[in-house]
Design a binder for this molecule. Structure first.
Ligand code: R1P
Ligand code: URA
Length: 289
C-alpha cells in the first residue's frame, strides 16, 4: 500500500529536512533509496515495472508527486522512481536523492519522446548527450515591445554528456532485447515545454516557434534524434555532482514529428516493460566501486 507519511517540521531553510533527516520533496531519509535508480515520468509505468520485475519489494513511498518503489532485481537492490514531468522534478530527484544516498550512484531515465528524424514510432533511443531548449520570455517582453531582433525566442544550449560506460551497457541491452526494432543512439534535446519549445504549433498562443525544429536540426548537424523534457537536467547535475553519479537515458519513440505518427497504447505498454527490463539489466551491471 502507498505510504503517505507526513514529514515532520523542517529544520533547515537552505536544505530542508525533518527530524529523521527525510528530504522535503522526495520524503525519504538515508537508507530508503537505492544507489541504483531507474527513473520514469509516469507513475503507472513505475508501478507496472515494479509488479513485473521487482522482488522483495519494500514499503512504497509517495510524496509531492514522487513515488518510490524499492526492491530487488536479480538480487540487486534498486529503486524505481516516478517523478512526473519536467526538469524541476529531475532536479529534486538528483539533489535530494544525492543527499540520502552514500557514495557513488547510478541513475537511468526511461521515458517517452518525440523524434525529429526519419525513425519509426516504436523504435528506441539512447541519449549519448543532451542539449536544453528553453523558451526565452524576454523575446516577448522586450523593453520597447517591438525590438525582437536583439534576442531569440528559444535558447539552445551546448550538449552535456551521459556516462559513456552506462550508455554502452544500455545500447547493448536495447539492441539485444529489441532485435526487430531500431535503437538509435545520439543527441537528445530536453525542452521546457511539450508544446512551444518542442516546435508544436498551437494556434491559441503566440509562440514564434515555426522555425525551431529546423534550427535544432541545423545547429547540431542533423544529429539530434529525440525531444523530451528531463534528460538534460539529469546529465547536467550528474556531471556537476561532487560525488560520482553515472547517468544515462533511454526512450521509447512515441511521436514522429515529421510524419505526425503516434504510437498505439498496447505497443507502448509492451515497450515500457521490455525496455524497463533492459534498463534494469544495465543498472545492475554498472560498476559503482
Ligand atoms: C511528456 O508527455 C512527458 O513524456 C516524456 C517527457 O519527457 C515528458 O515527461 O517522458 P515520460 O514518458 O518519462 O514522462
Ligand atoms: N514526450 C515528449 O516530451 N515529446 C513527445 O513528442 C512525446 C513524448
Amino acid at each position: 500500500m502507498t505510504e503517505v507519511k507526513k514529514l515532520g517540521d523542517a529544520k533547515n531553510a537552505n536544505f530542508p529536512v525533518d527530524d529523521r533527516n527525510a528530504v522535503y520533496h522526495l520524503g525519504v531519509a538515508k537508507g530508503e533509496l537505492s544507489s541504483r535508480i531507474l527513473t520514469v515520468g509516469d507513475s503507472e509505468r513505475a508501478l507496472k515495472l515494479k509488479k513485473e520485475l521487482l522482488e522483495d519489494v519494500e514499503e512504497e513511498k509517495a510524496h509531492r508527486g514522487f513515488v518510490i518503489h524499492t526492491g530487488k532485481y536479480k538480487g540487486v537492490r534498486v529503486s524505481i522512481v516516478s517523478i512526473g514531468m519536467g526538469t524541476p522534478m529531475m532536479d529534486f530527484l538528483v539533489r535530494e536523492g544525492r543527499y540520502v544516498v552514500d557514495g557513488p550512484m547510478a541513475i537511468i531515465r526511461y521515458g517517452t519522446c518525440g523524434s525529429i528524424k526519419d525513425v519509426e514510432v516504436g523504435s528506441l533511443a539512447v541519449a549519448e548527450s543532451s542539449i536544453l531548449v528553453r523558451r526565452n520570455p524576454d523575446f516577448w517582453h522586450c523593453e520597447n515591445n517591438k525590438d525582437h531582433s536583439k534576442c531569440s525566442p528559444y535558447d539552445i544550449s551546448k550538449p552535456v554528456q551521459a556516462d559513456k560506460e552506462l550508455v554502452g551497457l544500455l545500447k547493448n541491452e536495447f539492441e539485444s532485447s529489441f532485435k526487430d526494432r531500431k535503437t538509435v543512439v545520439g543527441i537528445n534535446a530536453s525542452a521546457d515545454s511539450f508544446y512551444s519549445s518542442q516546435g508544436r504549433i498551437d494556434p491559441e498562443f503566440d509562440d514564434n516557434n515555426e522555425q525551431l525544429i529546423d534550427t535544432i536540426i541545423e545547429k547540431y548537424d542533423n544529429k539530434v534524434n529525440t525531444l523530451e523534457m528531463e534528460t538534460f537536467q539529469l546529465y547536467h547535475l550528474a556531471t556537476r555532482s561532487k560525488q560520482p553519479i553515472k547517468a544515462a537515458a533511454a526512450t521509447i519513440i512515441l511521436a514522429n514529428r515529421i510524419t505526425q505518427a503516434f504510437l498505439d497504447n498496447n505497443t507502448k505498454v509492451k515497450l515500457e516493460i521490455e525496455g524497463g527490463r533492459a534498463c534494469l539489466e544495465a543498472l545492475i551491471k554498472i560498476n559503482l566501486n
